[in-house]
Design a protein around this ligand. Structure first.
Ligand code: SF4
Length: 410
């Protein structure tokens, strides 16, 4: 094929996107490989306008909380976990610590916690049910999003339950939704190499299908930079789009958002591999991937920019590559930070700062909940005046003396 012929095909494919049409796997692969980056951005923005019209960019105030880092799964890209018996690094946070973190998040205006942990063989099935029940009764206003599909699979195995029983039990005590973590590349060819003991592709989607059936809120993630080929990335996106079509048709609900980022490998087994230099992806590659995902995933409404791994400047640029959301305040993040993400240096971004970044990029900040319902639009800077600053929070924390005010409901 001549260059002119390829360009003509690209023009045709991107014109279809501008007209609101669906593109095929092969179309997406062609534009991924050959389209001009700015042409991709334009098409991704057109898709964003078809799905989420306007200039508003949303964000969520929430906190990532880890209940344990003990894990038996040995993912090659993880520096967060400790093996069972590692008394120095391993932990299981008790309710006082978890309650303190949630109370602090509430002080910051959080509407959600996102709670995940390792695959800890010492925690029985009832631990998870009791934990969600306790959080829900102690902090009834906070929305609980917890446990990626691999954790659901693990606790189901431990408890001898089906995924349906486990998710129903968790929902009954207050679970609102599942984060889309643990997906990395949803193509077993890649998973068997970098995360062979963790949930495989069919089961990841199987757990999420049950979550959709039960009406739980779900998001979906993707991590690139495992030395995978573009066809592996496209296999992930194709499966995701197919599963979303199926969930929407059968249950009327599906994934409400997609976010991708680049693998961080500092201090992980991958950093000691002879291919270490080949892992990861550049910011340009991240932006290209973001645009192709937006164009291809025409049935997932929201796409978030990943500032924690890319830095806020690339995060701002991602808003011009089809993203309509700036993620969350990330009051705390321990997993990708442990593997060298930019959040390690600056793990907190309070609403003031998020507003500044969104406005600088040319958009209007708006706070949302997990379901992407807008809670408040900050169309003028004077509306930021009553937001809490980090100084307010620090002062409040020191007055309360290590969160002694948390009431434990046992
Ligand atoms: S990524 Fe999760 S499942 Fe994998 S080793 Fe780390 S904590 Fe365990």
């Amino acid at each position: 094929m001549t260059e002119a012929h390829i360009q003509a095909q690209i023009d045709q494919i991107l014109a279809r996107v501008h007209d609101g049409g669906r593109i095929s796997y092969d179309d997406a692969l062609l534009v991924y490989q050959h389209a001009d980056l700015l042409d991709l951005a334009e098409a991704a923005n057109a898709r964003r306008q078809q799905l989420v019209p306007g200039d508003t960019v949303t964000y969520l105030i929430d906190r990532n909380i880890n209940y344990t880092n003990v894990c038996v799964t040995d993912c090659q890209f993880c520096n967060f976990y400790a093996l069972p018996g590692d008394a120095e690094k391993g932990y299981v946070n008790n309710k006082l610590i978890l309650g303190g973190k949630i109370k602090e998040a509430l002080e910051l205006g959080a509407t959600r916690i996102l709670m995940q942990g390792g695959h800890n063989p010492d925690l029985p099935y009832d631990y998870y049910i009791d934990l969600v029940d306790w959080i829900h009764r102690t902090f009834p206003t906070i929305e609980i999003n917890a446990f990626s599909p691999s954790e659901i699979q693990y606790m189901s195995e431990i408890g001898g339950r089906t995924w349906h029983q486990t998710l129903s039990d968790l929902k009954a005590v207050g679970l609102a939704g599942l984060p889309g973590g643990g997906g990395e590349i949803l193509d077993d060819e890649v998973r068997k190499r970098v995360t062979p003991k963790k949930i495989m592709t069919d089961d990841w989607f199987g757990v999420m299908k049950v979550a959709h059936e039960l009406g739980l809120i779900t998001t979906t993630t993707m991590v690139i930079g495992f030395r995978e080929e573009l066809r592996n990335r496209m296999n992930h996106l194709q499966r995701l789009r197919d599963e979303q079509d199926d969930s929407l048709k059968r249950f009327g609900v599906g994934f409400n958002a997609f976010i991708s980022w680049t693998v961080q490998i500092e201090n992980t087994p991958l950093s000691r591999s002879r291919f270490a230099d080949e892992y990861g992806a550049t910011s340009t590659e991240y932006l290209r991937h973001t645009a192709v995902s937006r164009i291809f995933l025409d049935n997932i409404p929201h796409i978030s920019a990943s500032w924690p791994t890319q830095g806020v400047k690339v995060g701002q640029m991602a808003l011009h590559f089809g993203c309509d959301d700036f993620g969350s305040t990330m009051i705390e993040e321990n997993v990708v930070s442990a593997a060298g993400a930019i959040t390690k240096a600056s793990p907190v971004m309070l609403p003031h700062e998020i507003h500044r970044q969104i406005r600088e990029a040319g958009f209007i900040p708006a706070q949302r909940n997990t379901n992407y319902e807008i809670l408040r639009v900050f169309d003028t800077a004077d509306k930021d005046a009553d937001l809490q600053t980090i100084e307010d929070i620090t002062q409040a924390a020191s007055k309360q003396g290590n969160w002694a005010g948390v009431t434990l409901i046992e």
